[in-house]
Write a protein of this length. Structure first.
Length: 117
């Protein structure tokens, strides 16, 4: 597994973790009648800590999905195939000459009708 794939997996897990932790903190505060997470006891923090493994479930499901091209088990094969097709298309594409830079305008209105009052 390459580092780009690992980065994608970690990014996905961290997004899931943020969502799960925010949801658990807000529902725990609402259910316990606490005004702030600073008021949590060990029981409330254990509930939030369960979010660490719960957030990994969607990422794990994507990883084991053989048809997920983002970072599933076929991601490396799909990436190689896409790179190969892009290289082939780039070789076939006609070369274009770079466009000439546009001339800067003089900044004036070009009209002699302006009079100072």
């Amino acid at each position: 597994m390459d580092t780009k794939n690992i980065k994608g997996i970690l990014d996905s897990y961290l997004r899931n973790l943020l969502g799960v932790v925010l949801a658990l903190v807000t529902t725990t505060m609402a259910n316990s009648g606490l005004a702030s997470p600073l008021d949590f006891g060990s029981g409330e923090w254990l509930t939030v800590a369960n979010g660490l493994w719960a957030a990994a479930v969607p990422t794990l499901l994507r990883y084991i999905n053989k048809q997920d091209p983002a970072f599933g088990l076929v991601a490396e094969v799909a990436a190689k195939e896409v790179s190969k097709k892009l290289s082939e298309a780039a070789k076939k594409a006609p070369k274009k000459a770079p466009a000439a830079p546009k001339k800067a305008s003089g900044g004036g209105s070009g009209s002699a009708k302006y009079t100072k009052k």
